[in-house]
Write a protein that binds this ligand. Structure first.
Ligand SMILES: *Cc1c(COP(=O)(O)O)cnc(C)c1O
Length: 424
């Protein structure tokens, strides 16, 4: 493939944008080579500036679950924009959005819209602290909850990809209140809770981890966390930024039958526009300003264009429950094909999948935590990545990211993907 224009654009970008990108993993640092500059996309296919075409397994890192340029969403945005793009005052559409979310996801009495997943998770932690009067919280190694200071401790793909261990700019005072445990390790959580008895405000988790590759929770793990939170009056925050509206209309909470005290959203909820949300039980959410004195605000929160994009996307998902069945069938087909082809090649591998989240680890061991994920052979992954890219298949440019596919992906696209992998 010819990447002349992308190469020129990348050189130009680096003169004005740090590393040429506005979010680090896009820079292809770990896989090497030049990031592909995208011009447009439709359905399951991306088109770059050089005229190359790719089958998309990123889908904007999750949001485009119905495929790119999904017509009802595009049309709704166009119509709404004609009535102005922001007011900084309440609108009926915000109520429609909140009601729609409540009708789809469990355990939400009140919900507040924000503009990113980072904001949602950061605000949920602040609220849990304000509500409990405690400072510390527990997160899991390899889980990512956005780039707020308190989360940048053992925080998954972006940092794993760039091999960043400790983050300059995060003060020791902040870091000391973030306790970490390995994913799927209930015992360590129990130990931490005992050691920091009465000091822990919250446990936050990706119910299916997607930021160290795809790692599903093991049997009884999430239930165990729920029990600990109940016993110790700890706020259980389920970070559904990735899983929300993707694994099911009601997210991981519905799919895995878990009860969150607070839940955070991003990605799919905005239909491709910058949206996040956090919500949950009334008793806790009432502590947010203006009801309570835990402060949280946003000039563009509930923005009409973002709301109509999200509202239209979520309505489609709610009204067409077969989408999730179709995504599951495509996921199962992809998983089976990957396993068959890589086994024929005698390449050690593990394919982890949950619904439409999937990833390959090039290693010999089960992958259940960041530690086991980090045994993956990143050199093979990087060759694999470039082989696929060169042949029109666009994977996340990191061995530590989940792939996301959309329902626009066809079985023909999947078969094409298999043909390319057979030639690896
Ligand atoms: C992407 C992600 C975030 C951060 O969302 P942004 O919109 O990128 O700020 C938080 N939590 C999880 C689980 C995510 O996957």
């Amino acid at each position: 493939m010819n990447y002349t224009k992308s190469q020129q654009l990348f050189s130009r970008a680096q003169q004005s944008i740090p590393g040429g990108v506005n979010s680090p993993v896009r820079a292809f640092r770990s896989v090497g080579g030049t990031p592909v500059f995208i011009k447009s996309a439709k359905g399951a296919h991306l088109f770059d500036e050089d005229g190359n075409q790719f089958i998309d397994y990123i889908n904007s890192w999750g949001p485009m679950i119905l495929g790119h340029a999904y017509e009802p969403v595009v049309k709704a945005i166009q119509e709404k924009a004609a009535g102005s793009t922001s007011f900084g005052a309440p609108t009926e559409l915000e109520i429609d959005m909140a009601e729609l979310i409540k009708s789809m996801a469990p355990n939400i009495d009140l919900i507040r819209m924000v503009s990113s997943g980072t904001e949602a998770c950061m605000s949920a932690i602040r609220l849990a602290r304000g509500y409990t009067g405690r400072n510390k919280f527990i997160k899991f190694e390899g889980c990512y909850h956005g780039h707020a200071d308190c989360f940048l401790v053992k925080a998954g793909s972006g940092l794993a990809t760039l091999n960043i261990q400790t983050v300059p700019g995060i003060t020791a005072g902040v870091a000391k209140d973030t306790l970490t445990a390995p994913y799927n390790d209930l015992q360590t959580v129990e130990k931490l809770v005992e050691e920091h008895n009465g000091d822990i405000a919250a446990i936050i988790i990706e119910p299916v981890a997607g930021n160290m590759g795809c790692i599903p929770p093991q049997e009884a793990f999430l239930e165990g966390l729920r029990r600990i939170c109940d016993e110790e009056n700890i706020v259980f925050i389920v970070d559904e930024v990735m899983t929300g509206f993707r694994l099911a209309a009601g997210g991981a909470q519905e799919k895995l039958n878990i009860n969150a005290d607070l839940v955070t959203y991003g990605k799919v909820i905005g239909g491709g526009l910058p949206v996040g949300a956090f919500g949950g039980k009334k008793e806790i959410m009432e502590h947010i300003a203006p009801l309570g004195n835990v402060y949280q605000a946003g000039t563009l929160s509930g923005n009409p264009i973002a709301m109509i994009a999200g509202f239209t996307m979520l309505s489609e998902l709610k009204n067409n429950p077969s989408i999730y069945q179709e995504l599951e069938e495509k996921g199962a087909y992809l998983e089976k094909g990957l396993n068959e082809i890589l086994s024929q090649k005698s390449l050690p591998h593990r394919v982890n999948r949950f619904g439409s989240m999937i990833s390959i680890f090039f290693c010999d061991n089960e992958v259940t935590s960041l530690e086991s994920a980090s045994k993956t052979d990143t050199k093979i992954f990087n060759q694999f990545f470039h082989h696929l890219l060169e042949n029109g298949v666009y994977l996340p440019p990191s061995a530590y990211e989940s792939w996301f596919f959309s329902n626009a992906l066809s079985f023909e696209d999947l078969d094409k993907t298999f043909d390319v992998i057979r030639r690896f």
